[in-house]
Design a protein around this ligand. Structure first.
Ligand SMILES: [Zn+2]
Length: 260
């Protein structure tokens, strides 16, 4: 059983960009085993140290990889959206997840049982290579996040986060509260409010009723830390120019996150 409910209508939704980048023969190996599932904000798709049974290719929505601290705080290390996949590395190794994975914003994914993915990857160098390269990007993102959290101020980190969310959503309108922002960036709500107000005054974003509207992505890049560009460079080098994709509205990132 999948941990999220099975969907019956997902054909009109945007594709996962990793799946879309596979050669036809590689995609044909896993296509029969893919099942559309809903991702609900707050769903836990993997636990640190837990066995991995399913692998998820999001089409929309956002999954956060988090480290849970003793005090109960979840610190985000990476985000997985339509340009990524959850649990692939752990599935291929036949081992356990090293991270907790929580659906941050609701969406839809194509899911495949781990044993089916192992079978498909065993017969396709293209598929195995793509999944392993994606794991390297995730590791690079987590390493960069650790350095960023230790070195960079809230304002530049907020810019980085907004740019990454824009890439995943393919949309300039992000339905996200300041509480969401504070938790994902790992700072207090007042700190986020100050940083967001500065970006608003600079004309980079607008914020109203739980929606952040990005007016000036170039301005966010100029004000952000170097971490966004570094990770995107890794992603493009390892996965190809198809990722990231930001631009015309595709699917609004929406859904209220829940604390775990
Ligand atoms: Zn940074």
């Amino acid at each position: 059983m999948f941990s999220s409910s099975v969907r019956t209508q997902a054909h009109s939704l945007p594709q996962n960009l990793l799946l879309a980048s596979l050669p036809a023969d590689a995609f044909a190996r896993i296509a029969p085993h893919l099942t559309p599932v809903d991702l609900h904000a707050g769903d836990v798709l993997a636990e640190a140290g837990g066995a991995v049974k399913h692998v998820y290719f999001p089409q929309s929505g956002v999954i956060s990889l988090v480290v849970e601290m003793a005090a109960g705080q979840n610190v985000e290390t990476a985000m997985i959206g339509r340009d990524g996949v959850l649990n692939a590395g752990a599935a291929l190794d036949g081992k356990v997840s090293l991270s907790r994975a929580v659906v941050r914003f609701s969406g839809v994914a194509m899911a495949i049982a781990s044993d089916k993915l192992i079978e498909a990857a065993a017969g396709s160098d293209d598929l195995r290579s793509l999944l392993l390269r994606h794991e390297q990007v995730l590791l690079a993102e987590a390493q960069q996040a650790a350095a960023c959290n230790a070195s960079h101020r809230t304002g530049p980190r907020l810019c980085k986060w907004l740019l990454r969310m824009r890439d995943i959503a393919g949309n300039d309108n992000l339905m996200v509260t300041q509480d969401d922002l504070a938790e994902m960036i790992g700072v207090t709500r007042p700190s986020v409010t100050i940083a967001a107000n500065e970006l608003q005054k600079a004309g980079c974003i607008g914020y109203r009723r739980g929606v952040v509207q990005i007016f000036d992505a170039a301005g966010l890049k100029a004000r952000g830390c170097e971490c966004y560009g570094i990770v995107q460079g890794h992603r493009t080098a390892m996965l190809g120019p198809h990722a990231p994709v930001a631009g015309p509205p595709a699917v609004a990132v929406s859904g209220r996150s829940r604390r775990h």
